[in-house]
Design a protein around this ligand. Structure first.
Ligand code: ADP
Ligand code: MG
Length: 892
């Protein structure tokens, strides 16, 4: 409530009657109507599979395009109306309860939603002989309240969406004024006078009526008709000011099409009334007294709409039209005679019938320029409607409190109360099963499905006024009786003598003859006096009796009245309770219905999910199967590969061996050949020498130089070629298996003596004649020899110098370098001649411990041999090792 200072007017407005809080909610009732195809051989995309479910089939073209990805989808509604549904059946299910509510003081909203051409207007308005929901709703209202309608102008709309009650005099004056006005068309008395376009919309046998209409109220119907185009609101019933000089008007009061002075309609604004209900400010509300009159008004608005659309080049499918039926009702006074003159007792309920613009996207209509912009706005309003529904649903489901963007469009702003406040909301989703509409229909279905989950507070019953019911009937009966009697009498009378009274008068004793013929008659008068006195006494006693009886009757009547009142009260109370219980039952029923529907929907979803799961599982199984078979194949292929590899390796090895053998054979053959040649040359040289020597006997004989031959050759011819002494040190122990025995005396040694070695002048000194002496191992030296000896010295634990002769064989490596394979170690021991003064570098700063020495020894060997050391398995050196002298360049 606003603070008092903000209130307008002299008399402070009474606070809005507090409506009892209602926390019961109903979902928006969404119905689906499928219209028939325009021609029978068209492709049909919608099938009604149940009276609550439809199934959409993707059209053939789409199926092909999307690789069959479009599946058949089902949508459920409160009820589905197939192509054979009549307008009457639809009305019975969808509109009738809303009209019933309106008559009982509750608001309702009904809108049609769908693509252009899906049958929205057909459903709402209908055609000749097939009246839609709008004429039927009007008809039902008038059929129900017909006898209880107030006289015209008793109810009078104020400018703030409220309703006032005029006193009888003012109403009468207004009626007279209206009748005297020329241009106000009289209510058509029969349907014949109506526009042929909507004549006979409802057949008489289809007329229906609401039950439980409160007879002790007076009613009045007001209609408004507005259009929302491009987010502007226009009043279609507004009387346009006429300029008689310029404008030419037809008989219906609308400007002619040829009229160049077309006055474009002015847009209206939305306001909020004191009850926070939205209304169109300054919108015409026409009081109508019959269906025909109401429809006449509607038709005028419709014509105006058409003219405006033509003149302004608008597309009618892009506008929303709203027809508002407002019902005002107020209780009769205690006498049951007149409407109670109390504004607060007036109840106003309204039913909004909305024919929304086509829901298709702009691209479909190929609109251009300003039309495209307008279309955008209209789409915007439907989009806002969708958004509002989404937010409402989210708020209700998640308990959030997001702001619903009602204000973003006029349509949603206007109907805000229905969703936020209370009232019954129903939507009819119209669909055309043709293939062209398929994709748009899918969007419509999604919106419809979502809207079903929005809940709206249920309207409450209006409070009952304090007067006893049945007033109107009593008053009518009284008036009837009165007029009957007046008729009997042939005119009004002040008093009446009932027949019973006549009888009573006749029962009095007759008066004696009272003619006096003689002045001296003294009998007649006393007799008359006596008779009159008797009569007087009788009358007195009768009056007493009457009074007594009347009093008795009165008290009896009072008593009966009291008990009647009590009983009435009791009945009323019981009725109230019954009503409450009924309401409760109804609530529970609808809740059960809703839950059942939800359960059904969920079951259906589960079913789909189950199917999907099955498909996936099947997929999974096949994939696993495939995987297994591939793994098998892979394993098989791998083993095959391994086998091939092994075979290839074997072949390579065999070939290699063959080639090695072949090479060796060839090399040997070549060597042999070369040696033979050399030997022949040697022989020749020897003979030549002998000749020369013989010819010069004075010369001292030269030491014969025998050509050296390769070891193999030497092995074969040992006697001729044993010129060099054995390089084996005499004192050294020779292992029995030493290879030296093969080539004793002919080996060429590399004698490796590091410079740090101490000179040992003993017999133990190894002596290798014909050896190459080196202080560091050089490859060049190794290449010329076939044996190698390293003289290695170290201080033993007893302080004596221990000399080790580490011997090995030199052989050529495959890469063209030289390698030494150690084959033996000889140890020579001797006292150190420079025991105290000369210390070996390797043992400096080292405690004379075996371990440390050993370590130093090995390190020393490694240091001095700047070659790699390699362990060789099977060597009798223990950890066998090998010195490599690598050639830096390959020999050409
Ligand atoms: P909308 O208002 O959705 O654009 P209309 O109501 O104008 O569509 O319908 C387009 C046409 O289809 C009209 O000629 C109408 O008579 C026809 N039509 C629509 N619904 C039905 C129906 N249920 N039965 C027969 N004809 C219908
Ligand atoms: Mg239409």
């Amino acid at each position: 409530m606003k603070p008092p200072s903000l209130r307008k007017g002299k008399t402070p407005r009474r606070p809005a009657p507090k409506k009892p809080y209602n926390n019961q909610k109903d979902p928006v009732g969404v119905y689906c109507r499928v219209r028939p195809l325009s021609c029978d051989d068209e492709e049909c995309c919608i099938e009604v599979i149940h009276n609550t479910t439809i199934q959409l089939h993707a059209p053939d073209g789409l199926k092909a395009n999307r690789n069959g990805e479009y599946k058949e989808t089902q949508y459920s509604f409160k009820k589905v109306f197939g192509i054979k549904t009549t307008q009457m059946e639809l009305f019975e299910d969808v509109s009738k309860p809303l009209v019933d509510d309106v008559i009982h003081g509750k608001n309702g909203l009904l809108f049609t939603y769908g693509v252009t051409g899906s049958g929205k207007t057909y459903t709402m308005t209908g055609s000749a002989g097939q009246g839609g929901l709008l004429p039927r709703s009007l008809d039902m209202i008038f059929n129900s309240i017909g006898p209880y309608q107030a006289k015209r102008f008793v109810f009078k709309p104020d400018d703030k969406n409220g309703m006032e009650i005029q006193n009888q005099v003012d109403a009468l004056l207004e009626r007279q004024k209206r009748d005297s006005q020329q241009n106000v068309p009289k209510t058509p008395s029969s349907r014949q006078r109506l526009d042929p376009e909507f004549a006979d919309m409802i057949r008489p046998e289809e007329a229906c009526k609401a039950d439980g209409v409160d007879e002790d109220s007076s009613y009045s119907v007001f209609v408004s008709y507005i259009e929302i185009y491009n987010n502007y609101i226009y009043d279609l019933l507004e009387e346009t000011p006429v300029d008689p000089l310029k404008a030419k008007w037809n008989s219906g009061g609308t400007p002619l099409r040829s009229n160049t002075e077309f006055i474009p309609p002015q847009s209206k604004i939305l306001r909020e009334d004191q009850n926070h209900n939205m209304y169109v400010a300054g919108c015409t509300e026409v009081e109508v007294k019959s269906t025909d009159e109401a429809f006449d008004v509607f038709w005028k608005g419709q014509k105006k709409r058409r003219i405006a659309n033509t003149q302004l080049n608008r597309e009618s499918s892009r506008s929303h039209s709203v027809f508002i039926i407002k019902l005002a009702q107020a209780p009769l006074d205690a006498d049951g005679d007149n409407v109670l003159q109390d504004k607060n007792q007036v109840t106003v309920s309204q039913l909004c019938l909305v024919d929304l613009a086509g829901s298709e996207r702009t691209s479909r209509t190929r609109a251009e320029g300003s039309r495209l912009r307008e279309a955008g706005n209209i789409n915007q309003s439907l989009m806002t409607l969708r958004t509002c529904m989404e937010v409402l649903r989210e708020n209700q489901m998640c308990g959030t409190n997001k702001m619903v963007p009602y204000r973003d469009s006029k349509v949603t702003h206007f109907f805000k109360n229905y969703f936020d406040g209370e009232g019954k909301v129903r939507m009819i989703v119209c669909v055309n099963p043709k293939a062209d509409d398929y994709e748009e229909t899918l969007l419509v279905m999604r919106f419809a499905e979502m809207t079903q989950e929005v809940e709206v507070a249920r309207p409450v019953d209006r409070p009952i006024c304090g007067f006893a019911p049945g007033r109107r009937q009593r008053n009518l009966a009284f008036k009837d009786e009165l007029s009957r009697r007046l008729e009997e009498r042939g005119g009004p009378v002040d008093t009446e003598i009932p027949a019973a009274l006549n009888q009573l008068l006749q029962s009095f004793p007759p008066l004696p003859p009272c003619e006096i013929s003689d002045p001296s008659d003294d009998q007649t008068l006393p007799r008359l006096i006596e008779a009159l006195e008797r009569r007087h006494r009788m009358r007195q006693s009768m009056i007493d009796e009457y009074n007594r009886t009347a009093n008795m009757l009165k008290s009896m009547l009072q008593e009966m009245d009291g008990s009647l009142m009590n009983k009435e009260n009791y009945i009323h109370q019981q009725q109230g309770q019954l009503g409450e219980k009924d309401k409760c039952i109804q609530d529970q029923k609808s809740e059960i219905d809703r839950l059942e529907k939800k359960a059904k929907m969920l079951e259906y979803k589960i079913d789909i999910l189950q199917k999907t799961t099955n498909i996936y599982e099947e997929d999974k199984r096949t994939l696993q199967h495939e995987l297994e078979s591939r793994e098998h194949r892979l394993a098989r292929e791998q083993s095959e590969k391994k086998r091939m590899e092994a075979r290839m390796q074997g072949m390579v090895y065999d070939t290699k061996l063959q080639w090695e053998k072949e090479c060796e054979r060839r090399v040997n053959a070549k060597q042999l050949e070369m040696q033979n040649k050399l030997w022949v040359k040697d022989e020749k040289l020897k003979q030549l020498k002998a000749i020369v020597t013989e010819s010069r006997p004075e010369n001292p004989p030269a030491r014969p130089e025998k050509p050296q031959r390769p070891s193999r050759e030497k092995d074969r011819l040992p006697a001729k070629r044993s010129a060099s002494p054995s390089p084996v040190p005499t004192g050294a122990p020779v292992r029995p298996h030493h290879r030296r025995s093969h080539s004793a005396g002919n080996e060429r040694w590399v004698d490796h003596k590091p410079v740090t070695n101490v000179e040992l002048d003993t017999v133990m000194q190894p002596n290798l004649p014909n050896s190459i002496k080196v202080s560091t191992p050089s490859e060049k030296a190794l290449s010329k020899a076939d044996k190698y000896v390293l003289t290695h010295q170290e201080v033993a634990s007893d302080g004596e110098i221990q000399t080790k002769l580490i011997k090995g064989e030199v052989f050529k490596t495959r890469s063209g370098g030289q390698a030494v394979q150690f084959t033996d170690i000889e140890t020579l021991k001797q006292e150190n001649p420079t025991a105290s003064s000369r210390k070996r570098r390797s043992s400096e700063n080292q405690p004379p411990q075996g371990d440390g020495n050993m370590q130093g020894g090995w390190t020393d060997v490694e240091n001095r041999c700047s070659v790699a050391v390699e362990m060789r398995a099977g060597s009798n050196l223990g950890p066998g090792y090998q010195h490599h002298g690598y050639q830096k360049r390959r020999k050409p």
